[in-house]
Ligand binder design. Structure first.
Ligand SMILES: CC(C)(COP(=O)(O)OP(=O)(O)OC[C@H]1O[C@@H](n2cnc3c(N)ncnc32)[C@H](O)[C@@H]1O)[C@@H](O)C(=O)NCCC(=O)NCCS
Ligand SMILES: Nc1ncnc2c1ncn2[C@@H]1O[C@H](COP(=O)(O)OP(=O)(O)OP(=O)(O)O)[C@@H](O)[C@H]1O
Length: 200
């Protein structure tokens, strides 16, 4: 039976960076953010539900979601965000289950579920161990602002829409401290792969 590992953290804490390092080592990643983009494509059921709930003004000229516009709505307003989550999350869970089953059928010994909201969405029952990618608040804010070219307010509104990252530290089975260089994170990751005897 495959070993299912949860990978989480906070926005811009380095989950995708760690996922790429795991992929380089042959591990299969099932990425919630990728699933969340897939299930809102035109023609998918979540797409029409989102248009119905938020109106056509959250669409671009080509009919796809205006992610910036929808983001600015939902990260300023908890109720709007819960409305979007209620539409997207069930479809994301279904898509991730499909991808996980495909990986298991292909004989993978480990499957890593990269889920930003693993704790917020109470999904720890889906995994056997949880890795939290940790950065301090200052580093998180700086990297998020730099990556997305957000103002401080835009970045803070996204960060505050999640459980505080330091609280996730207490819940983790393993923590990767990503405040340093990527090489330093990579070293911690290789030690963890060894400790947990993870095989791709
Ligand atoms: C609001 C949307 C359109 C903004 O798109 P955008 O391209 O700007 O961001 P992206 O999807 O790449 O997410 C970036 C990061 O934002 C954070 N985030 C995204 N959605 C949420 C949310 N509903 N609540 C808290 N944090 C979130 C996560 O850390 C995620 O890794 C998009 O994030 C979305 O559809 N969110 C709802 C689905 C969701 O909750 N996805 C997160 C994991 S399942
Ligand atoms: N150790 C590091 N040193 C410097 N920059 C880093 C480090 N780790 C990640 N970054 C950068 O910080 C930003 C956020 O990293 P990443 O995208 O991996 O975070 P994430 O947790 O996947 O974010 P999200 O929640 O949005 O998916 C990226 O621009 C990435 O290149």
């Amino acid at each position: 039976m495959a070993f299912i590992v949860g990978l989480t953290g906070g926005i811009a804490s380095g989950k995708s960076t760690v996922s790429k390092l795991l992929e380089k080592r042959g591990f299969t990643i099932v990425d919630a953010d990728i699933a969340a983009r897939k299930v809102v494509e035109p023609g998918e059921s979540a797409y029409s539900e989102i248009v119905e709930a938020f109106g056509k003004e959250i669409l671009l000229k080509d009919g796809t979601l205006d992610r910036d516009k929808l983001g600015s709505i939902v990260f300023q307003n908890e109720e709007e965000r819960q409305k979007l989550n209620g539409i997207v999350h069930p479809a994301v869970r279904k898509k991730m289950k499909e991808w996980q089953e495909e990986a298991i059928k292909a004989g993978k010994q480990t499957v890593v579920l990269d889920i930003p909201l693993l704790y917020e969405s109470k999904l720890t029952h889906l995994v056997e161990k949880v890795i939290v990618v940790y950065v301090n608040e200052e580093t998180q804010l700086k990297r998020l602002m730099e990556r997305n070219e957000f103002t401080e307010d835009e970045a803070k509104s996204r960060i505050s829409s999640q459980m505080p990252l330091r609280e996730k530290l207490e819940l983790a089975d393993a923590v990767l401290d990503n405040n340093g260089t990527i090489e330093e994170t990579e070293k911690q990751l290789d030690q963890l792969i060894e400790k947990w005897k993870l095989k791709p």
